[in-house]
Ligand binder design. Structure first.
Ligand code: FRU
Length: 492
């Protein structure tokens, strides 16, 4: 049965969503049907098709009572819009259906597991959330909330666990038929932990153990966990709030962390911690296991700190990153764009061994929906001081990717990218040139720049709102550098 609240959201999006012209959206990045989008939810394969749900407030371009929006894709590039899947319409989720995951049941139904939020007054009269875990089961279009919701409450928490910060279940099913879910929680030391639960049927859940805890080392509350084997490692992803920077690896505020370790089926032994993405806009990543064995990740291409900075009167806000294939190399999490993107490459432009000093523009290299790989190296013995790639450029606008070889830093600067807001516009991070060369694959899609360093060693994602006519791409060196450029238009 479709509740009044869900029907209202479906009617609203059906009426107003089509008012947004396709050209005012990214060409191949997922966006909300209308209104606000944050975290990816329920990223899963159901009956052979990829489903992506998302935190959704259709009625404005701001965060509000959370619904689940719904998209599907066959290739991670083209997205089909489905009606909203969940609305806050039950006592246990009256203040919102927060983030969660999805899994296909053996009987062919699709189970969504999400955080139900209720609001209550604390002892000082302030409103606070009470968060529990709920499920809804459906057929890929309509979902019925389980009548016995919530399925996990504060009584299922380990000692000292917070019922205020208990959210974002990511669910999966093991070969032996057991369901597992990882859930973010706040511990008595006021920082985050990731809890593991298990279930025989996806409905009745039991606490198993705490997989890892922050102990105030990497931020505060740990949101949006994911947990999966990858190559010879086990990966725990989480998105901490309120983090202090650590060198150039992590920045202040909301980060996305990858904890790499070993898992013997019981204890998770953390061995390494790294950033998942080094750009300005990346949060709450979630993965799925594709039928061909690829582990594919998608994330909200935004940051909470800057999510108030948006084009005036925009009718959609928030987009997802390009889905990325994950792998482990030299003990690090690496990622590259899904290979399906290659089939959209058109009009190849190749330039080899081009010396650059000062600023140059190369024939055939411009555009805003582009896949471009640039390899930068020194010319003979001369060392260049810096190298800049300018994209989305015209007389007023300019988004700059700057490399300093003597510091091994890459910097994204979107100060002139169409956002007249006093927010963080630059971010620098350390890169690892190989044999003096740095290789950058840059994916542009109307409102974003995603940079993949050295075949996926690192990624950096940032949104831009530069007018589309600003489509120049130029290369500039302080000193002399030699570059190769391979550029394609992306036609989707
Ligand atoms: C992360 C998050 C989640 C929560 C959701 C609410 O961005 O704060 O922890 O479930 O957003 O929209």
């Amino acid at each position: 049965m479709v509740s009044t609240q869900l029907q209202k959201a479906r009617d609203f999006e059906a009426q107003y969503g089509p008012h947004i012209p396709a050209a005012e959206r990214p060409a191949f990045h997922a966006t909300p049907t209308i209104g606000w989008m944050n975290d990816p939810n329920g990223f899963s394969i159901y009956q052979g098709k990829c489903h992506l749900f998302y935190q959704y407030h259709p009625y404005s371009n701001e965060w509000g009572p959370m619904h689940w929006g719904h998209l599907t894709t066959e290739d991670f590039i083209h997205w089909e819009r489905l009606p909203a899947a969940l609305a806050p319409d039950q006592p246990c989720d009256a203040a919102g259906c927060f983030s969660g995951g999805a899994v296909e049941l053996p009987d062919g139904r699709h189970l969504l597991m999400y955080t139900g939020v209720q609001r209550e007054r604390d002892e000082d009269g302030f409103l606070r959330d009470v968060q529990t875990q709920c499920v809804a089961i459906g057929d890929g279009l309509n979902y019925e909330k389980y009548p016995l919701n919530p399925v996990l409450t504060k009584s299922d928490l380990p000692e000292g666990g917070s019922a205020v910060d208990f959210r974002d279940p990511k669910v999966w099913r093991e070969q032996d038929g057991t369901y597992y879910a990882v859930i973010g929680n706040r511990t008595p030391d006021d920082s985050g932990a990731i809890l593991l639960y298990q279930s025989k049927d996806g409905l009745k859940w039991d606490y198993v153990r705490t997989l890892d805890a922050c102990h105030n080392q990497y931020g505060k509350m740990w949101e949006c966990p994911d947990f999966f084997p990858l190559d010879d490692r086990q990966v725990l992803l989480t998105s901490p709030q309120d983090m202090y920077p650590i060198g150039l690896e992590f920045h202040a505020g909301n980060n996305a962390l990858c904890l790499l370790g070993d898992y013997d089926g019981e204890e998770f032994h953390r061995q390494a911690v790294q950033a998942v993405d080094y750009g300005l806009d990346f949060y709450a990543p979630q993965t799925l296991l594709a039928p061909d064995g690829r582990r594919i990740m998608i994330a909200w291409m935004q940051n909470w700190a800057t999510a108030g900075a948006k084009p005036a009167h925009c009718r959609w806000f928030g987009q997802m990153t390009l889905p990325r294939e994950l792998f482990v190399q030299d003990g690090r999490l690496c990622q590259r764009p899904v290979r399906e993107l290659d089939t959209c490459q058109r009009q190849q432009v190749l330039h080899r061994n081009i010396p650059v000093s000062g600023e140059v523009n190369l024939p055939g290299v411009q555009g805003r929906v582009v896949d471009m790989t640039v390899t930068i190296r020194p010319t003979g013995s001369e060392v260049y001081r810096w190298f800049r790639i300018h994209v989305a450029k015209d007389g007023t606008h300019d988004t700059i990717i700057r490399y300093r070889p003597n510091e091994s830093t890459l910097k994204i600067d979107r100060t002139r990218s169409g956002l007249p807001h006093d927010i963080v516009h630059t971010r620098s991070f350390l890169v690892r040139p190989q044999g003096g060369e740095l290789k950058l694959r840059i994916i542009l899609d109307r409102f974003s720049v995603e940079v993949f360093v050295n075949d996926g060693e690192q990624a950096a994602s940032s949104v831009i709102y530069t007018p589309q006519q600003a489509d120049a791409i130029t290369f500039e060196a302080g000193g002399q550098a030699l570059i190769d450029v391979e550029k394609y238009d992306l036609i989707v």
